[in-house]
Design a protein around this ligand. Structure first.
Ligand code: SF4
Length: 728
C-alpha cells in the first residue's frame, strides 16, 4: 500500500481519478484520447469518441511508461572528460545556454556561421515547432531554421532520408503538387493498392480502419510488398510479393499493359499529359513476362492488377517509404503515380485528391535562409531535394565534418533524433560526430549520439506542452496534461530561447500561448475560442471538387492544367530534365543486387531489406519501455522457410546477418510471409537503452552510404545483398 494514500485517521484515502480530453503525446500524430489521470499522473489512455483521429495505438497505450520512464533526460548536462566516456554533470539551464552560445559564437568566428548545422529527427515532429521554425520555401518541413538569422543555411534532418522522395519530389515532378495538398480518397475507392506502406504499423494506424471499411463495402485491397505485411495479414488482403527494389519495373510493366491494351484514359492522355509517346516506347520492352523475370511477380498477376486499376471506379494508392529506398526511388514512385493518373484516378472520386489552393489553413511562420551565406551542404549534389526543402542534405555532412568539403562543419545541434542508428555506415557518422568541436543533443531519452555530445538538453514529451494540432479542416489545442518532469522543456521553447540568447528572440514567440496565437493568425479563430473548445474548432473548407485540372482550379493563372513547366502531367519531367536527370520514370536495377552484381551475389545470395515498421517500437525509440520491448525483446531477421532450411536455421535461432560491410546478430523469424530470397531486418537497434540484443543490433552497420538514389540522395535500405549464417 502506498503510504501517501493513508490518512491520519488510518482510513485509506481514495486515489483521485479524473479524465481529461486531450491528445496523445507519445508521437506527433495527435490522436484524440481521453486521458485518465490518477493523482495528477497519467494512468492510461483510451480513444476519444467522435474525434477525427480517435485512436490509441499499441505505443500510445504505453504512454505512462514512456512519460515516467526512469531513463528520461530531466536536466541539462555537460560532458565531463573525454567523448563517449559517458560522464556528464548536471548544470543549470543558464549555464547550458552560456556554454552553447559561447561555443556557437567561437565556431562562427573561426570558420564562419555556415560551419554550424541543426539536425532534427522524427522525435521533433511537433506541428507547432515545425511550422514555426520552418525554413521559407517548402510546403512542409521538420527542419529548424533557428540558425538562419545567425548566418547558417545548414538546417537538415530526417527529410534527407525519409518522405521527401515520395511526398515532395515525385508528385511535384509529375503534376506540380506535394503531399501537403494531396490525399487518397480511400473512403470512396473500390480498389486500393497498398504499395511500400504498412498502415497496420503506421503512426497513426487510421488507414487500416479505412481499409477495413472499404472491404466491408466490397472493395478490394492489394498489398504489393516483399512481405505479407501486418496490413496484408490483418486484412487477409491479396498479397503481391515482389523482389525488393524492383517496384519501378512492376509499375512500368503495368503501364505497358494499360498502353498495349488501350486501357488508358484517352482524354487525359491527349489533353493533359506530356511525354506519353516516349513512355509508350520505353514501356514497350516491359512485357509482363520480362517484368516477372525482374520482379518475381507472375506475368498474369501483372496483367490482372493493371486491368483492375484501369477498371476501378476509384483507385487509391497508399504508398510511403518502401519505394523511396531503392536505386529507382523517385522514378519508381513517379511510375506508380503515372499509373494511377493514366488510369483516370487523379483528382477523381476514390483516387488521389488534390486540395483546393484557396482553402483556409493555419499560419506557418517561415524564416528565410541567410543572404550571402555559402550554399547549404549538398545543395549542388542534390538540387531537386534542395529546391523542395531549402535545407542541407544530411548525407553529405560527414564529408563536410571529416574532410572539410565543400567547407567545414564544426558544430551540430541534433534534436529528436538518433543519427547513428538511422544512417548507413554508422561508423563513419560516429567518427564525424566525435570530430566535431560542438555536439549538442536535445532529446527526451539518451540516444546513441548522446555518448559523443558535449551538452545534453532535456526535452518534454508532448503531454507536457501546450501547442496545437491540425487535422483536415479541424484545429485543436494541444493541452498540457502534466507539468514538465524535472527541468525538461518544450523543444519549441528550447529553440525560442536559443534565438533570444543569440540576440534575435523577437523573431519567434517566447511563450507557448504566443506560438498558438501565431498559428491562428488569419484564421479568424482566437486563442480563447480554441482554448474553450475541447473538441477543437472547424477550419471551414470549400466543398471538394474533382478534376480541377480541367477547369483551371489548380493553376494561379486560372488556365486548365497543372503547375508544371508544360502545364501538363509530366510523364517526361522537364524539371528533372533541366537538372540533367532522365525525364521519364525509368527503372534502375538495384546496384547491389543479383542481376547488377552477380559476382557479389555468389557470396551474398540473399537480398537485405530493412526498415519495415513494427508495432512495438518507433525506429530507435521504445526499446527501454518494458511492456513494449516485451512484445519483441530481440530484433528479428525475417527469412523464408526455404532459405532458412537451406542454411539449417530454425525459427527463433540466433543468426548473423552478413554484408560486405559487416556482421550483426539478429534472431531468425522463419516464415512464409516473405518472398523467397529476401531478408527483412528490423532497424532501430544500436542505441544505449533496452535489451542487450537491441543495443547490439544496429542494422546500419550493414548498409552502404555510397549506395543511394541519385535523384534524392536517399540511402538504399531496401535492396542490398547479404547472407544469413547460424550464430556460433
Ligand atoms: S499514433 Fe499512437 S503513439 Fe502516436 S499519437 Fe496516436 S496513439 Fe499516440
Amino acid at each position: 500500500m502506498d503510504l501517501d494514500t493513508v490518512s491520519r485517521t488510518g482510513t485509506v484515502a481514495p486515489h483521485e481519478e479524473r479524465v481529461v480530453a486531450g491528445l496523445c503525446g507519445v508521437c506527433a500524430a495527435g490522436c484524440g484520447v481521453e486521458i485518465v489521470l490518477e493523482d495528477g499522473r497519467i494512468k492510461r489512455l483510451r480513444p476519444r469518441p467522435g474525434h477525427p483521429r480517435g485512436i490509441v495505438c499499441t505505443r500510445g497505450t504505453r504512454a505512462p511508461e514512456v512519460v515516467y520512464s526512469p531513463d528520461r533526460l530531466l536536466y541539462p548536462q555537460l560532458r565531463v572528460g573525454r567523448r563517449r566516456a559517458g560522464r556528464f554533470e548536471r548544470v543549470s539551464w543558464d549555464e547550458a545556454y552560456a556554454f552553447l552560445v559561447e561555443r556557437l559564437q567561437t565556431i562562427a568566428a573561426e570558420h564562419g556561421p555556415e560551419a554550424l548545422a541543426v539536425y532534427t529527427g522524427r522525435g521533433n515532429f511537433e506541428l507547432g515547432l515545425n511550422d514555426t521554425f520552418a525554413p521559407a520555401g517548402p510546403t512542409e518541413s521538420s527542419a529548424n531554421a533557428v540558425l538562419f538569422p545567425f548566418g547558417s543555411p545548414n538546417t537538415t534532418g530526417v527529410g534527407s532520408l525519409c518522405f521527401v522522395s515520395y511526398g515532395m519530389i515525385a508528385p511535384r515532378a509529375c503534376f506540380g503538387e506535394e503531399y501537403r495538398n494531396l490525399s487518397e480518397d480511400v473512403d470512396h475507392a473500390d480498389l486500393v493498392l497498398v504499395w511500400g506502406a504498412n498502415p497496420a504499423t503506421a503512426s497513426p494506424p487510421e488507414n487500416l480502419v479505412r481499409l477495413k471499411h472499404l472491404q466491408a463495402r466490397g472493395g478490394r485491397v492489394i498489398v504489393i510488398d516483399p512481405r505479407r505485411s501486418e496490413t496484408a495479414r490483418a486484412l487477409r488482403a491479396e498479397w503481391v510479393g515482389i523482389r525488393p527494389g524492383t517496384d519501378g519495373a512492376l509499375a512500368i510493366g503495368m503501364l505497358h499493359v494499360l498502353i498495349a491494351e488501350g486501357r488508358c484514359d484517352r482524354r487525359f492522355v491527349e489533353e493533359f499529359t506530356h511525354g506519353f509517346e516516349e513512355l509508350a516506347a520505353y514501356a514497350a520492352d516491359f512485357t509482363p513476362e520480362r517484368v516477372e523475370a525482374i520482379t518475381g511477380v507472375p506475368a498474369e498477376t501483372v496483367r490482372e492488377v493493371a486491368r483492375a486499376v484501369a477498371a476501378a471506379s476509384g483507385c487509391s494508392l497508399l504508398m510511403y517509404t518502401g519505394l523511396e529506398y531503392s536505386n529507382s526511388g523517385v522514378q519508381a514512385i513517379r511510375a506508380a503515380l503515372t499509373l494511377q493518373a493514366l488510369a483516370g484516378h487523379l483528382d477523381a472520386p476514390g483516387g488521389k485528391l488534390i486540395g483546393a489552393p484557396d482553402r483556409l489553413r493555419l499560419h506557418r511562420h517561415v524564416t528565410s535562409p541567410p543572404d550571402g551565406a555559402r550554399p547549404a551542404i549538398g545543395s549542388a549534389e542534390f538540387p531537386l531535394f534542395h529546391e523542395v526543402r531549402r535545407e542541407a542534405h544530411a548525407a553529405l555532412l560527414p564529408r563536410a565534418i571529416l574532410d572539410g568539403e565543400p567547407y567545414p562543419v564544426r558544430g551540430m545541434i541534433v534534436s529528436g533524433t538518433s543519427i547513428l542508428t538511422a544512417w548507413p555506415e554508422s561508423s563513419r557518422w560516429r567518427h564525424a560526430l566525435e570530430a566535431l568541436d560542438l555536439l549538442v543533443v536535445v532529446n527526451r531519452f539518451p540516444t546513441a549520439d548522446a555518448a559523443s555530445a558535449d551538452l545534453l538538453l532535456p526535452a518534454t514529451t508532448m503531454f507536457e506542452i501546450e501547442s496545437y494540432q491540425e487535422y483536415h479542416g479541424h484545429v485543436e489545442l494541444r493541452r498540457r496534461v502534466v507539468e514538465p518532469l524535472g527541468e525538461a522543456r518544450n523543444d519549441y521553447l528550447i529553440f525560442a530561447e536559443l534565438a533570444a540568447r543569440l540576440g534575435y528572440g523577437e523573431r519567434w514567440p517566447q511563450t507557448e500561448r504566443g506560438l498558438v496565437e501565431l498559428a491562428l493568425e488569419g484564421t479568424g479563430i482566437t486563442y480563447e475560442e480554441l482554448a474553450a473548445s475541447p473538441d477543437g474548432v472547424e477550419l471551414p473548407q470549400p466543398a471538394p471538387t474533382y478534376r480541377k485540372y480541367e477547369t483551371g482550379g489548380l493553376r494561379p493563372d486560372g488556365r486548365p492544367g497543372f503547375n508544371t513547366p508544360t502545364g501538363r502531367f509530366e510523364i517526361a519531367s522537364e524539371w528533372l530534365r533541366g537538372h540533367g536527370y532522365e525525364p521519364l520514370p525509368v527503372y534502375t536495377e538495384p546496384a547491389e543486387g543479383p542481376i547488377a552484381a552477380p559476382e557479389l551475389a555468389r557470396r551474398f545470395p540473399l537480398v537485405l531489406t530493412s526498415g519495415a515498421r513494427t508495432k512495438a517500437d518507433f525506429r530507435s525509440q521504445h526499446h527501454n519501455i518494458p511492456s513494449l520491448v516485451a512484445l519483441q525483446p530481440s530484433p528479428l531477421a525475417h527469412l523464408h522457410v526455404a532459405d532458412a532450411a537451406a542454411r539449417g536455421i530454425g525459427d527463433g535461432d540466433e543468426v548473423d546477418l552478413v554484408t560486405p560491410r559487416g556482421r550483426v546478430r539478429f534472431r531468425a523469424h522463419v516464415t512464409e510471409d516473405i518472398v523467397r530470397g529476401a531478408v527483412e531486418a528490423n532497424m532501430g537497434g544500436g542505441g544505449p537503452l533496452g535489451t542487450p540484443a537491441w543495443r547490439a543490433a544496429n542494422v546500419n552497420e550493414l548498409t552502404d552510404a555510397g549506395n543511394y538514389d541519385a535523384l534524392s540522395g536517399f540511402p538504399v535500405f531496401k535492396a542490398l545483398l547479404c547472407e544469413v549464417e547460424p550464430a556460433v
